[in-house]
Write a protein that binds this ligand. Structure first.
Ligand SMILES: Nc1ncnc2c1ncn2[C@@H]1O[C@H](COP(=O)(O)OP(=O)(O)OP(=O)(O)O)[C@@H](O)[C@H]1O
Ligand SMILES: [Mg+2]
Length: 335
């Protein structure tokens, strides 16, 4: 019995196995996510980085069961030991907001412009946690304090347009935390904010993780953003995992040529987080007509005919908790 309990406790909070997301479009099938696998334990932080169109948001939306209608999803997404891809919509919608919460890029479009902050946080607390109006008010105040909004009592009476961009994002994070989720998915949560506010929000994520033990998946096209918060990082390219490992190792010794290019965009770790990305030569591939081998090969200086162009490279273990999907990884390491 004890062994059984322990094995349940040791189960990852989130376990994604061979996830694929395809979209049927008039121009063909778009393979947005392809054979993606990773796991996350309770209280852990994982960053997902990659260029625009690499499948980051579709991965998050697949976890939430919020993919567009033309999507076909395959593989497995287990969360708290339930298979989400087979969960009925009723149960999935209860899970969303309760156990898994999401923060998006643009807080203005997610907040209701006609409702005061108190009403928007309070609604979640009353509906999801069954709090009375008075208890919801006290808890809203506590949550605004937790996300470090000054003059919380006054801000509760504000409408979204009366808040700054950073304050609106803090309100969104407070709403996300209102249900005490086990997992927070944050998709480009700081992209619309200026540098100073961005740094404050990233610090807030770190603090929340420490104080509340909430697991965080933080999605960004900027390695610097992810490096501020996340213990581990998944680098995605063309819907696939290029590399997965401890963020620090990835920053110091990126193994995959694509990770190298992304990290090269931030050689100075003390540089401000808004440093622009170094643009890679070439274009990201057309996801409805991927080449037969490594999707990065056409842009890769280490690519070799046959080795890299005949089969999709598998994610290979390189060391503790570290893996990369590159057939030439040894040659890259020597360079
Ligand atoms: N409903 C849809 N129909 C067809 N293709 C779609 C649909 N939704 C997304 N895609 C495609 O899926 C691919 C992956 O999209 P995704 O939104 O995950 O990218 P991303 O990595 O989040 O990029 P960004 O950094 O720009 O947010 C893109 O090529 C996108 O055009
Ligand atoms: Mg996105």
């Amino acid at each position: 019995m004890i062994a059984f309990d322990r094995s349940l406790k040791d189960m990852p909070l989130l376990e994604i196995d061979n996830l694929s997301v395809r979209f049927n479009t008039p121009d063909g099938v778009v393979q947005a996510v392809d054979g993606l696998s990773f796991a996350l334990d309770a209280g852990q932080t994982l960053g997902i980085v990659g260029e625009s169109g690499s499948g980051k948001s579709q991965t998050a939306l697949a976890i939430l069961g919020l993919l567009a209608r033309n999507a076909k999803v395959g593989g497995s997404i287990r969360f708290e030991n339930q298979e989400l891809l087979r969960l009925p919509e009723r149960k999935l919608s209860r899970l969303r907001g309760n156990r898994i919460a999401m923060v998006f890029q643009d807080p203005m479009t997610s907040l209701n412009p006609y409702l005061r902050v108190q009403a928007q946080i309070g609604e979640v607390l009353q509906r999801h946690r069954g709090l009375s109006q008075n208890a919801a008010r006290a808890e809203s105040l506590r949550l605004l304090d937790a996300v470090q909004i000054p003059d919380a009592a006054q801000r509760l009476r504000s409408y979204p347009h009366e808040l700054s961009g950073g304050q609106r994002q803090r309100v969104m994070i407070a709403i996300a935390l209102a249900c005490q989720p086990a997992l927070l998915l944050a998709d480009e949560p700081t992209t619309a904010l200026d540098v100073t506010v961005q740094a404050q929000i990233l610090r807030l994520f770190k603090q929340l993780r420490q104080d509340l033990g909430v697991a965080i998946v933080l999605i960004s096209h900027d390695f610097g953003v992810v490096a501020e918060v996340c213990e581990r990082t998944l680098v995605m390219y063309a819907g696939r995992a290029a590399e997965l490992g401890p963020t620090q190792t990835l920053l110091e010794q990126p193994a995959h040529p694509y990770s190298r290019a992304l990290v090269g965009a931030r050689p100075d770790l003390s540089a401000p987080v808004d440093r622009p990305l170094v643009t890679l030569p070439g274009q990201p591939p057309d996801l409805s007509a991927l080449p037969p081998g490594c999707a990065f090969a056409p842009r890769c200086q280490w690519a070799e005919a046959d080795t890299c162009t005949s089969a999709v490279p598998a994610l290979r273990m390189l060391g503790t908790g570290r893996s990369a999907a590159c057939a030439r990884v040894e040659a890259v390491a020597r360079a």
